[in-house]
Ligand binder design. Structure first.
Ligand code: PEP
Ligand code: MN
Length: 349
């Protein structure tokens, strides 16, 4: 069950609902969004009915949700959500816009990261990516620069003005990553790391939640629910390919996941064709497909010198590839009723 508070509800109104729920042995998880607060209830539904929560001050509505995920379900929130990333000039990710995110797979050096960030910006990206903590299949492979990498990302943000999304792989690093980054990424290998999900849910920054490479859509949405249940509704989902029997690509971009998720969850959904395909020749066609199917954005790897990249060089775009992608991102979203995220007005706060 989900209690939706009215836009003007006070902290006392919220506390009153929580207290009533706890009095009958239930648990109440408060998620404060920018516009309104919602409260997810866990416990005996029949005892909640007896509370007549709808009549309490500040309560706008009470919904019984049949989906296994509650807070991220569209059943209590039929409009699709927009998540804003960054503080100085926030970037929207949501149903009205198409958001282009690009940057190096891994932060290797200051020069490499700045060059990649400038390539991304020149191509029209409004958010930059780059991993300072890298989840690698091999323990002998480059694991990322850690805090030094976060500092390089901060410098890239300072020089470009673009907000930064970067991965966190361990719950113990959430605080330091949140201090430096504008958005925290949870990667495919950690989608079901519930301690990490809860930690990023408490970090006070938007989260980019990648789909586990062997996760069903329902499992993915339940992972998003873990983050939402810890108070953070600013979650963007990222379809990054799933494991199939097909070896031509690294993973198979599940393009149908985009409209399937959008039908059932209010959260934004973007695609990552770089990590899905693992091949740069497929990035532009898959990005076009993502725009056509209704994705809210795309995230891609770029590198100034892919032949020397420490991670994922085969999928990194260079300037000439970026021109074709930039053209798709400029021209196609308008055909499906969207605006380039850089052109969308920032609402007053
Ligand atoms: C990444 O984005 O750098 C990454 C490791 O992605 P994924 O978790 O999708 O493999
Ligand atoms: Mn990568």
């Amino acid at each position: 069950m989900v209690v939706v508070m009215a836009p003007g509800a006070t902290e006392e109104d919220v506390a009153r609902v929580v207290a009533r729920v706890e009095e009958v042995g239930g648990e109440a998880f408060v998620s404060a969004g920018v516009v309104r607060t919602i409260i997810g209830l866990v416990g005996d539904i029949d005892s909640f009915h007896g509370l007549n929560l709808r009549a309490l001050p500040g309560v706008a509505d009470v919904h019984r949700i049949s989906d296994p995920y509650k807070l991220v379900s569209r059943q209590h929130h039929p409009e699709r959500s927009t998540v804003w990333v960054g503080t100085d000039r926030p970037v929207p990710i949501g149903p009205d816009t198409f958001t282009f995110i690009a940057g190096p797979c891994a932060v290797e050096t200051l020069d490499q990261t700045l060059e990649a960030a400038r390539m991304a910006q020149a191509a029209g990206a409004t958010l930059i990516r780059g991993g300072a903590y890298k989840p690698r299949t091999s323990p002998y492979a480059f694991q990322g620069l850690g805090v030094a990498g976060l500092e390089i990302l901060v410098e890239a943000r300072r020089q470009t003005g673009l907000p930064v999304v970067t991965e966190v792989v361990d719950a113990r690093d959430v605080e330091v990553v949140a201090e430096h980054a504008d958005m925290l990424q949870v990667g495919t290998r950690n989608m079901a790391n519930f301690g990490l999900l809860q930690a990023v849910g408490r970090a006070g920054k938007p989260v980019l939640l990648k789909r586990g490479m062997t996760a069903t859509i329902e499992e993915w949405l339940m992972a998003a629910e873990y983050i939402a249940q810890r108070g953070n509704l600013d979650v963007v989902l990222c379809e990054r390919g799933i494991r199939t029997f097909e070896p031509a690509t690294r993973n198979t971009l599940d393009i149908s996941a985009v409209p399937v998720v959008q039908a059932t969850s209010h959260l934004p959904v973007i695609i990552d064709p770089s990590h899905a395909a693992g091949r740069k020749d497929l990035i532009v066609p898959l990005s076009r497909a993502g725009i056509a199917v209704g994705a809210d954005g795309v995230i891609v790897d770029v590198h100034p010198h892919p032949e020397t990249a420490l991670v994922d060089g085969a999928q990194a775009l260079v300037d000439s590839d970026l021109r074709a992608l930039a053209q798709a991102v400029r021209q196609l979203p308008g055909m499906v009723g969207r605006v380039d995220a850089s052109q969308w007005p920032v609402p007053a706060r």
